[in-house]
Design a protein around this ligand. Structure first.
Ligand SMILES: Cc1cn([C@H]2C[C@H](O)[C@@H](COP(=O)(O)OP(=O)(O)O[C@H]3O[C@@H](C)C(=O)[C@@H](O)[C@H]3O)O2)c(=O)[nH]c1=O
Length: 186
């Protein structure tokens, strides 16, 4: 497991080992003990899976408010996508900054998105599947979104993205009052 820090402290890029043979490959996509040895102690309680048919489907940018804030461990099950995290902790030295990485079935990369960050992605291939673990259960009352195109993210996409009505109507980051504060545990 290769773990790389990003420019946003706490957001990590993980590359699990793949053991290839004539059949294909084997990979441990999550090993609690190994992660703990690397200082990552998260109790994941829910595993999510979604399919996006079209290239240029955007899901995000999403968060759940305290007391149901979620850390997420994200990977791509099929196809490819550009996955993004944005720091929305008020008072954070990196507030409003983002990181983005290509996650694909081929590269097997994972992104760890802590509590206090927006998460979202755009698909780069048709029929792309995303799979992610969450550290708290889905809580619709705490569900929130910020406009995908309001954070200065370079999505490297020229067309018209496919968005849910909820994501279309989300507030811009500039008009958003974040429920997270830097240094305060959610
Ligand atoms: C997120 C979620 C949704 N749902 C339901 C609600 C709704 O009827 C349907 C679709 O929900 P959404 O439109 O919110 O799905 P989606 O836009 O895929 O939302 C997801 O986007 C990515 C980027 C994330 O980071 C996730 O946390 C989550 O917010 O699924 C659940 O039952 N459990 C869940 O955990």
């Amino acid at each position: 497991m290769k773990i790389t820090e990003t420019t946003l402290p706490g957001v990590l890029l993980l590359e699990p080992a793949r053991f290839g043979d004539d059949r294909g490959f084997f990979s441990e996509s999550w090993n609690r003990q190994r992660m703990s040895e690397n200082g990552i102690d998260i109790d994941f309680v829910q595993d999510n899976h979604s399919l996006s048919r079209q290239v240029g489907t955007v899901r995000g940018l999403h968060f759940q408010s305290p007391p149901h804030a979620q850390a997420k461990l994200v990977r791509c099950g099929r196809g490819s996508l550009f996955d993004v995290a944005v720091d929305i902790r008020k008072g954070s030295p990196t507030y409003g900054q983002w990181v983005g990485y290509e996650l694909s079935f081929e590269n097997g990369r994972q992104l760890l998105v802590p509590e206090g960050f927006l998460h979202g992605f755009i698909t780069r291939s048709p029929d792309t599947e995303i799979v992610y673990k969450c550290s708290d259960y889905y809580a619709p009352d705490c569900d929130g979104a910020v406009r995908w195109d309001s954070c200065g993210i370079d999505w490297d996409f020229d067309g018209e993205p496919q968005l849910s009505p909820k994501d279309q109507d989300a507030p811009a980051l500039a008009d958003f009052d974040s429920p997270f504060t830097y240094g305060v545990s959610a």
